[in-house]
Design a protein around this ligand. Structure first.
Ligand code: UD1
Length: 368
């Protein structure tokens, strides 16, 4: 047990874009708390300026104390490289606890290294389950939860999923750190000039993001999605910041021209946090396969059509503005018409109030 007189040393991990908005409020809450010495390690899973540094700037995340520079590779190689590079950092730092967020490869890789060195792990965004074991993230979630001793859940479904697996100790329903970030930056995002730069009026466009391997890596699925995009584009202009995985998949499948030929679709580079939040806030409807965007649109009250067959975030459908519409073009277009004709009205899920990070840090501090 740590000596209560010395600071509690918490080492935090980020790796990929969706981790950055989750760690930002935690780093701020550590700074505001007494007796916590927090460090940040970036695995380097995402490394492009547009996928990485812009978020540190937009969100005021402190510069990482270490960057492992791992980069892209197959799942096995990426996970193994993170583990190999992270172990010496932990051996040198000897923190009291490691905190990992989300469900990317860096999350499980670092959690596994830590527990093997006898360092306890806290998992932020624990318990989420899509039930789809073909999703790389689902495997990362299952494994990370199995080896973490503090499990911080965003919604009751997470608590229930853990209970169904016999895990009750160390489970805390704390709310959503991603929502902390959204609420903290909403006003700054409102001042973004991205719409003017793109010549878009509020409410006059649909926003699209696509990057799940199950959607972009398989040609037949991607072609169906492009059919739906064409049909929607005939009714409402689409704006689409392209994830590098989608850009690469389009090139590989020989479909890059097809996107370029779609006159009503504006392909953009990946956007920074504030500009993307502005684009989401003012969209008539959002089409996405992202996890985080399902949550963010629920808070913003913007209709979200999720181009997947399942979600690990069911509260966004039960209480929020999210609808699961699958990947079949006809179904997507019909759901788009429904969303325009009768936009869903949502409610804010319990504890999505901007204070999740404070709650997490209070629990971490009390458990020393
Ligand atoms: C990863 C996460 C996913 C998350 C997504 C958000 C895993 C298993 N997946 O998926 O859960 O939703 O991040 O973006 O961890 N690339 C670049 N520049 C970068 C990073 C990646 O060009 O900065 C390209 C590379 O070609 C790479 C591909 O994108 O091969 C995929 O990157 P990777 O980190 O393997 O997975 P993502 O699809 O980004």
């Amino acid at each position: 047990m740590a000596d209560a007189r010395r600071p509690l040393r918490i080492l935090n991990v980020v790796g990929a874009r969706p981790n950055f908005m989750k760690i930002a409020p935690l780093m701020a809450a550590y700074r505001a708390a007494d007796g916590i010495d927090a460090t940040l390690v970036h695995t380097g899973q995402h490394y492009d300026e547009t996928m990485n540094r812009v978020f540190f700037r937009d969100l005021g995340i402190p510069r990482p104390d270490a960057n492992l520079g791992v980069g892209s590779a197959s799942h096995a190689v990426q996970t193994a490289e993170v583990m190999k590079a992270f172990e010496p950092v932990l051996q040198a730092e000897k923190p009291d606890r490691v905190v990992v967020v989300g469900d990317v490869n860096s999350t499980i890789a670092c959690a596994l290294v830590a527990v093997k060195l006898g360092i306890p792990v806290a998992h932020v965004e624990a318990g989420l389950r899509s039930g789809d074991r073909t999703m790389p993230e689902e495997i990362n979630r299952l494994l990370t939860d199995a080896i973490s001793d503090q499990l911080f859940c965003t919604e009751q479904a997470g608590v229930d999923n853990l209970a169904a697996q016999g895990v009750r100790a160390g489970v805390h329903l704390v709310g959503n750190v991603m929502v902390d970030t959204l609420l903290a930056h909403r006003r700054r995002a409102a001042a973004s000039t991205v719409l003017d730069e793109l010549g878009l009026a509020p409410g006059s466009y649909a926003l699209l993001t696509l990057h799940r391997p199950s959607n972009v890596d398989r040609r037949e699925v991607l072609t169906g999605l492009l059919d739906a995009i064409d049909a929607i584009g005939r009714e409402l202009p689409l704006v689409a910041p392209l994830h590098p995985r989608l850009r690469a998949a389009l090139a590989e499948h020989g479909l890059a021209d097809r996107l370029a030929a779609s006159p009503r679709l504006r392909a953009l580079p990946p956007q920074g946090y504030l500009d993307f939040l502005k684009l989401m806030s003012e969209a008539r409807v959002v089409l996405t396969d992202s996890g985080g965007i399902q949550e963010e649109t629920t808070i913003l009250g913007v209709p979200c059509l999720t181009l997947r067959h399942n979600t690990e975030r069911p509260v966004t459908v039960e209480l929020g503005t999210n609808r699961l519409v699958g990947t079949q073009p006809e179904r997507i277009v019909a759901a788009f018409h429904d969303a325009l004709a009768k936009p869903p009205t949502g409610r804010t899920p319990p504890l999505w109030d901007g204070k999740a990070a404070e709650r997490i840090v209070a629990i971490l501090a009390a458990a020393r």
